[in-house]
Design a binder for this molecule. Structure first.
Ligand SMILES: C[S@@+](CC[C@H](N)C(=O)[O-])C[C@H]1O[C@@H](n2cnc3c(N)ncnc32)[C@H](O)[C@@H]1O
Length: 520
């Protein structure tokens, strides 16, 4: 992000090394321990302590640099170095020596930064909910298409892990998450196929991870499939599917009995999706490389369950890079994301006559992408759908919900990183009321008959756009122009696409690893 300063006095190597490590852990998902061991520095312990502290305080750091507009005022300041220096000042040695310019800058803003930190601490103290500032656990979803939960527990036992006892309620469960140690783990309170291990537990070399028997997926990202809850033999549509975490979770839920149409528009991400589906043995999935807005019940017949998990700001991700100085969370961007999200959700709700349940989810904590999207939709759909109170779906065992200030009231769910120990997330569940017909006028006018015949599911179970000779040239060029415009909008939105616990190249890496192992 930053081009770096021309430093007159050099920044101590310790800080540079720590900031480089934090950057690689966050951006590339590299292992903290591995990076530390590869260091050629006399004081590895100090680097480790500083990098860990910075990662543990990710949420507060994000908040205070955002609130103080630090990178807006100091656009050339390396954001990783800044965070490491602030960590050293607030939670490390509690002082910064040396006259290097980055240190001077942090000291210049020290009071403002402290002020914002104080506000966060006060909010935390005033909250009656359970607060944990520690790093979130490592969540492991058992891919029940490859092994059973019991087999997985047995494998973990053989690896030396001890399963903690189950909890009476959600609060007790959250308290237990704090007790996780290197060799203990716990079954999730809501989803029996999900387990939580101590933060930072490494599974990348674990045989089950390589074979696709376990999936590293944050708990919040598992909630949409859990709440959509299609039974076996269902027909499901996942409108925004790559990299495929929720598609493959849904395939496991229906145990490959039924059909899942899994749609992804972006070609590169579509390949990742296909790899993920293959490695997890999700054989019921038909992948579709297309814009979900062009799909109708003609391409995807008899759809009963839809997941809409669109591109979003990713503001709920507990990663350090989400600050508003690079425009990611700027009001204009938020506005265009919101319009796109409304458009997709409306398309899902109004174009599939057999649909029973639609789940809308984002890894955003902004009401603009959550309650405001749901509210706009509620006024479109009348009584054709009702919003299901998620509290009841989770037997009253959840803490945070949407705000009562909105029309959707507290019917939707928020996952909060400092309460639920997950990424920040939002989920809304719509259920069809078949006594009321779908509002006719809202059906998407853009979906014309020939659009559907211009798609086909090919032998590899993917949909390809084909030329339709019946479409006249004028219509084609108009369609092309619109498509280009849509692609541009999506491309912009995708520039910073994020997904919990997923390194986009992971499936590819896994494939390479498998190949290497085979050759050996
Ligand atoms: C938040 S990600 C989805 C994550 C995915 N559900 C998972 O669990 O792995 C959003 C995805 O939607 C795709 N997307 C955006 N607009 C789309 C559209 N109009 N049609 C199909 N896919 C779209 C993006 O390329 C991106 O991969």
């Amino acid at each position: 992000m930053s081009e770096g300063f021309k430093h007159s006095v050099k920044v101590p190597r310790l800080y540079k090394a720590a900031s480089n490590i934090v950057k690689r852990v966050v951006e590339d998902g590299e292992s903290l321990k591995q990076l530390i061991y590869n260091q050629n520095h006399p004081n590895i312990k100090a680097i480790y302590a500083l990098a860990t502290t910075t990662l543990q305080h990710a949420t507060e750091l994000n908040e205070i640099v955002r609130k103080t507009n630090l990178f807006f005022k100091e656009p050339r300041f390396d954001p990783w170095l800044a965070r490491v220096l602030i960590s050293e000042l607030f939670w490390g040695k509690r002082s910064l020596k040396a006259n290097a310019i980055p240190i001077q800058i942090v000291l210049k803003y020290e009071n403002e930064l402290r002020e914002e930190l104080k506000k966060i601490d006060e909010t935390t103290r005033n909250s009656s909910t359970i607060i944990n500032k520690a790093a979130k656990p490592r969540y492991v979803r058992i891919n029940t298409l490859k092994i059973t939960v019991d087999e997985a527990i047995n494998n973990f036992y053989n690896e030396g892990y001890t399963l903690l006892s189950q909890s009476k309620n959600y609060e007790e469960f959250l308290a237990k998450l704090h007790e996780l140690t290197e060799y203990t783990y716990i079954q999730d309170f809501h989803m029996s196929e999900l387990f939580a291990f101590a933060p930072g537990t490494q599974f990348h070399n674990y045989p089950g991870y390589i074979s696709g028997a376990i999936v590293l997926q944050d708990k919040a990202s598992c909630l949409p499939a859990h709440l959509l809850n299609p039974p076996p033999n269902s027909v499901v549509l996942d409108m925004c599917a790559a990299p495929g975490m929720k598609t493959t979770h849904l395939a496991a839920k229906i145990q490959n009995n039924g059909i899942i149409y899994s749609v992804e528009m972006n070609a590169r991400r579509y390949n990742v999706l296909c790899n993920q589906i293959e490695s997890t043995n999700a054989t019921c999935v038909k992948t579709i490389n297309a814009d979900a807005m062009t799909l109708t019940c003609n391409n995807c017949p008899d759809v009963e369950y839809i997941l809409v998990d669109p591109s979003c700001s990713g503001s709920g991700m507990e990663r350090l890079e989400c600050d508003n100085t690079d425009g990611k969370c700027a009001p204009l961007r938020l506005k265009s994301l919101q319009s796109f999200q409304v458009m997709l959700l409306r398309h899902a709700l109004l174009n599939f006559p057999n649909v029973k349940r639609v789940v809308y989810s984002t890894c955003s904590i902004y009401p603009e992408e959550n309650e405001m999207v749901v509210d706009e939709i509620l006024s479109d759909i009348g009584d054709a759908y009702k919003l299901i109170p998620i509290k009841s779906l989770l037997n009253n065992e959840w803490i945070n919900f949407s705000s009562n200030e909105f029309k959707c009231r507290d019917n939707c769910l928020y996952a909060k990183s400092n309460v639920d120990m997950t990424n920040g997330f939002f989920v809304a569940v719509f259920e069809r009321n078949f006594e009321v017909s779908l509002p006719e006028y809202k059906r998407h006018s853009r979906i014309k008959e020939h659009d559907s015949s211009a798609m086909k599911i090919n032998e590899n179970s993917s949909v390809e756009e084909t030329k339709n000779s019946n479409v006249d040239d004028n219509f084609k060029s108009e369609k092309k122009r619109k498509k280009k415009k849509r692609e541009k909008l999506t491309e912009n939105l995708l520039n910073d696409e994020k997904e919990p616990d997923v390194n986009l190249d992971e499936p590819a890496k896994k494939k390479k690893k498998k190949k290497k192992e085979k050759n050996n």
